[in-house]
Write a protein that binds this ligand. Structure first.
Ligand code: IMP
Length: 181
């Protein structure tokens, strides 16, 4: 059995359509050229697709790698694994995130960006799990709200695996064990 048999929560076509909506909403909000910051590695695919949808209107792109998860558990502390390459001073920063869970990653990143002089910070996330929120964070764009399930695919991983799945699936240990044989 292959890993592609995880239960599908959101299929690829539905995600593609929603990313077009998010791009349209971002254009309408205006407020200056966005300086995108993708939170790696999870948001890489979402960021690629959103920037493609924006086409020539896309702004500058940078990325940061943060870590807070070990397996399927949030550790509660957020550390920088790879820092930004560019200065954010005076810029309209738009964070691109794969999933907002407890909210701690976005809270820590917003604080860092404001400390470094960003003019404004917005967050676009492909997924949000509102029932898991521990801290309040403003989200200007949410692709889909999802229940409290551990999801994989479309950039999201479990310890580095399953990112390449072209849909958002629900992680089930049984499926993973069967697909490993
Ligand atoms: P937060 O700081 O708890 O909001 O967690 C945000 C990060 O945790 C995301 O960027 C993901 O990397 C990871 N994460 C949270 N929930 C999931 C999930 O269901 N699947 C995969 N990664 C997740």
């Amino acid at each position: 059995m292959s890993a592609s048999s995880f239960p599908v929560l959101i299929d690829g076509q539905t995600i593609a359509r929603r990313i077009q909506d998010l791009a349209r909403e971002l254009r309408v909000r205006g407020d200056g050229e966005p300086h995108f910051i993708a939170v790696l590695d999870g948001a890489r695919i979402f960021a690629d697709k959103l920037l493609q949808a924006l086409g020539r209107e896309a702004g500058a792109y940078d990325s940061i790698q943060l870590a807070s998860y070990s397996g399927t558990e949030s550790t509660g502390t957020v550390r920088i694994v790879k820092d930004l390459g560019q200065d954010v001073r005076g810029k309209r920063v738009v964070i691109l995130e794969d999933i907002v869970d407890t909210g701690r990653t976005i809270l820590a990143l917003r604080k860092l960006l404001f400390e470094r002089g960003a003019r404004s910070v917005e967050t676009l996330t492909l997924l949000s799990k509102p029932s898991r929120r521990v801290v309040e964070v403003p989200l200007e764009g949410v692709g889909f709200e999802v229940p409290d399930l551990f999801v994989i695919g479309f950039g999201m991983d479990l310890d580095g695996k399953y990112r390449e799945l072209p849909y958002v699936g629900v992680y089930q240990a049984d499926e993973a064990e069967r697909s490993a044989v």
